[in-house]
Design a protein around this ligand. Structure first.
Ligand SMILES: Cc1cc2nc3c(=O)[nH]c(=O)nc-3n(C[C@H](O)[C@H](O)[C@H](O)COP(=O)(O)OP(=O)(O)OC[C@H]3O[C@@H](n4cnc5c(N)ncnc54)[C@H](O)[C@@H]3O)c2cc1C
Length: 454
């Protein structure tokens, strides 16, 4: 039976729409902390198949991995298996020789598919998920406690008491939520507000193209292999390349991003497309030779048009909530999107697990989730955008703004400009070292104490 936490006396039933990183972590947290909450995962894909790419985890995200009891299984699959991770080395790399800038310690790097397998195993295996269930919309409840109806593309329906949108950047849950809110505003004669709410439905193109994939370490020269032993982030004018080891050093993850000046808000073309190694390397001519070698060794490179979700005025309505990319898809310049999805799932599960939270006060309880998670995750969203501008040496108002790609590659700029970039990025990344799970628990408990009695 493809259902987990299917307790007969469940206090309510949760539908988790989307079995990506955020949905899986929420399911695992519910299993761990809220055994009296029943959940079902509805996933659009026919099977779980993560991208052929890696994922980096800051000390803050790794703390979640510890809390979930996954370290023993994941650590042997990280880049170098070092218990404290590895330093991430930042350099200016669109010139040769590269210029060392600074390092940030304790980065763990894993292959996405391995993380997904470990999460799925702990939830209860693949049969814990309903596959080929693409949500098209859900119907808002007709009474405070009536079931919510979910509609799927295959014509089937299901019901639940609470719907969680963990369905990524193009979320169907977000679409339904904000279309309903906009229709309601329109019916009240609030046409400007309705128009603003409709703007929240579609993701926005960032003007940044991510070229990514995995290369076998065995395909690299001794010099390039040595360079990839610790994660490196190469900054340059209008682009960056991050390369790090994964899978116990057997492979390296390559992510090479190009910023396209003068872009519009809508990307014209497929969001994900395969590309040749040569075409990608050409975009980074003049960058560090070992990084170009790693690009040429990527087995199945693909290009990803990066989109973000606008800053939403809420993550919740009545008995629906958004987590992860559905709520706050961000640019990858703090390596934080998945970590923020984990934190959403963790905090939400703590709220749902509380004996003070029942079907009748769920809407009020979800507001606690919104209050605790939205300001923080949207701050991370903004910080990621700012870091991208720094990595790409294009931050508005900075000395770098008007430097050409040619001058940057030729080293024709004053060296003291580098100090500003290094200081800004380090200050921006400080939060990724600060986390305290007990503080999160205390904050949730404090807010729930003020909840209306069930
Ligand atoms: C280039 C790049 C590099 C990144 N690197 C990092 C990094 O190093 N570290 C980090 O922490 N984050 C990183 N991120 C961000 C991270 O990948 C995302 O934040 C994370 O995957 C979000 O997880 P999610 O579960 O919210 O969404 P997703 O992983 O997108 O999962 C959504 C799931 O929902 C399913 N789905 C979609 N629509 C429906 C529907 N209608 N019905 C049912 N199911 C549906 C999808 O099939 C999918 O399984 C990066 C992102 C990019 C673009």
């Amino acid at each position: 039976m493809p259902i987990t936490n299917s307790v007969s006396q469940a206090k309510f039933r949760v539908a988790i729409v989307g079995g990506g990183m955020g949905g899986l972590v929420l399911a695992l947290c519910l299993k761990k902390y809220a055994p009296d909450v029943r959940f079902d995962i509805y996933e659009a894909a026919a099977e779980l198949a993560e991208l052929g790419a890696g994922i980096s985890m800051s000390p803050r995200t790794w703390l979640m991995i510890k809390e979930l009891g996954l370290v023993d299984e994941l650590l042997p699959t990280t880049g170098t298996q070092a218990p404290t991770g590895n330093p991430l080395i930042f350099r200016k790399g669109d010139e040769d020789p590269a210029i060392d800038l600074f390092e940030l310690p304790q980065l763990h790097t894993v292959q996405r598919s391995i993380l997904q397998q470990v999460l799925t195993k702990h939830i209860g295996g693949d049969d814990a998920i309903h596959f080929s269930k693409r949500l098209t919309s859900y119907e808002s409840e007709t009474s405070p406690t009536a079931p919510i109806t979910l509609h799927f593309k295959d014509g089937t329906t299901a019901t639940c008491d609470l719907v969680i949108g963990s369905d990524g950047v193009r979320s169907a849950v977000r679409r339904t939520m904000f279309t309903d809110l906009a229709n309601h505003a329109e019916n009240q004669g609030q046409t400007d507000e309705a128009a603003q709410l409709r703007e929240m439905v579609e993701p926005v193109y960032s003007g940044q193209l991510a070229h990514r994939g995995i290369a076998p370490s065995s395909a690299l020269s001794a010099y390039a292999f040595a360079q990839t032993r610790s994660p490196q982030l190469l900054m340059g004018k209008n682009g960056d390349i991050i390369i790090y080891p994964i899978a116990g050093s057997k492979s390296v993850n390559v992510l090479a991003i190009r910023y396209i000046p003068g872009h519009g808000k809508v990307f014209d073309g497929p969001w994900v497309e395969s590309m040749t190694q040569e075409a990608i390397a050409k975009l980074f001519e003049g960058w560090q030779p070992w990084a170009l070698e790693a690009i040429m060794a990527v087995e199945k490179p693909f290009r990803w048009a990066m989109h973000t979700v606008p800053e939403l005025p809420t993550y919740v309505t009545h008995r629906a909530a958004l987590i992860g990319d559905a709520a706050h898809a961000m640019l990858p310049y703090q390596g934080a999107g998945a970590g923020q999805a984990f934190e959403d799932g963790f905090v939400l599960s703590l709220i749902l697990s509380s004996p003070a939270v029942t079907l009748s006060n769920l809407p009020e309880a979800l507001k606690v989730y919104d209050d605790l998670r939205r300001p923080f995750s949207q701050g991370v969203q903004r910080g990621s955008e700012r870091n991208g501008e720094s990595y790409h040496l294009r931050r508005a108002g900075s000395d770098w703004e008007n430097l050409s790609e040619e001058d940057s590659r030729a080293g024709r700029y004053p060296r003291e400009w580098l100090k500003d970039i290094a200081e800004d990025v380090q200050a921006q990344m400080r939060w990724t070292f600060e986390a305290n799970i007990e503080d999160d628990r205390a904050r949730v408990a404090e807010r729930l104490a003020a909840l209306s009695p069930a």
